[in-house]
Design a binder for this molecule. Structure first.
Ligand SMILES: [Zn+2]
Ligand SMILES: [Zn+2]
Length: 275
């Protein structure tokens, strides 16, 4: 299976373990490449210079043994100039772009999401969904991301169809419209196994209908854990790869430094024994 992860949080943002601990676990688990992707968004953002210094030290420490990449998870609504020198960017939509007294994040708690829907959209879930995907469609234009993070995060607390039917045309159409636009921009998507590995979701992001559609559109994927602790670093990666294969994918992308030190993307097979 794929021995790499490019969505990794640490104590420098909202993770539980230090970069050093995450790197050690990745190495012990046999990863060939590890991409750090600290948050830069309106709620969680790092001391960028301190982050760069620490990740560069780890790059030196593991050089020749494991390829470490200095990335960022940049929110669609955050300042793209906040992360100079990032070697890759995850473009992630965590908020909806509305004027509201309440929190506008879709992924904090079910209660906060319900409040957002009620106060900013009059309780109309499909209006919230449409606003989310309208913003999601702009993530590459705004962040110039290397890949799109957790495309359908708006469904995080919707397990079992608690708020809306994720298989309905009303839900899928705005999502597919955003997806089509992003695929047209040539940007890959991650298969994000984080919520699935933590038992919040039964599927990765994007869910089956959307990931299958991505394959039909000719889109490409990376498989990531979105780990916030060392024990979750490799959790779900194999399941995510199998899920992607069941949606039609035979390969995924991995990032790495080439001989000149430039970050490049290459395609690897999803099957057993792939690296
Ligand atoms: Zn995120
Ligand atoms: Zn993340």
């Amino acid at each position: 299976m794929i021995k790499a992860n490019f969505h990794t949080h640490t104590t420098l943002c909202d993770g539980k373990d230090t970069p050093e601990e995450m790197a050690r676990t990745a190495y012990d688990d046999g990863l060939l490449a590890l991409g750090f992707s600290g948050h830069m968004d309106q709620d969680v953002h790092m001391d960028w210079d301190a982050y760069v210094t620490e990740i560069r030290q780890l790059q030196d420490k593991y050089r020749g043994r494991m390829d470490i990449l200095l990335g960022v998870e940049l929110d669609t609504l955050y300042d793209p100039a906040s992360c100079p020198g990032a070697e890759f960017r995850i473009g992630s939509t965590h908020f909806v772009d509305v004027e509201a007294e309440c929190d506008t994040a879709v992924d904090w708690t079910p209660e906060r999401l319900e409040t957002l829907c009620l106060e900013a959209f009059g309780g109309n879930w499909m209006a919230l969904v449409r606003a989310y995907y309208e913003l999601e469609a702009t993530t590459h234009d705004r962040t110039e991301c290397t890949f799109v993070g957790h495309f359908d995060l708006v469904s995080k607390f919707n397990e079992g169809g608690k708020y809306f039917d994720e298989t309905s045309k009303e839900y899928l159409d705005p999502a597919l419209e955003a997806m089509e636009y992003l695929v047209g921009e040539g940007v890959p998507f991650e298969v994000n196994c984080g919520a699935m590995a933590r038992g919040i979701r039964s599927q990765p992001y994007p869910r089956r209908e959307l990931l299958s559609a991505l394959h039909e559109m000719g889109g490409q994927i990376l498989v990531n854990s979105d780990a916030h602790s060392a024990d979750a670093l490799c959790g779900g990666l194999d399941d995510g790869a199998r899920f992607a294969a069941s949606c039609g994918f035979t390969s995924a992308l991995v990032l790495g430094h080439d001989a000149r030190g430039e970050v490049v993307m290459r395609e690897v097979p999803l099957g057993e024994g792939a690296q």
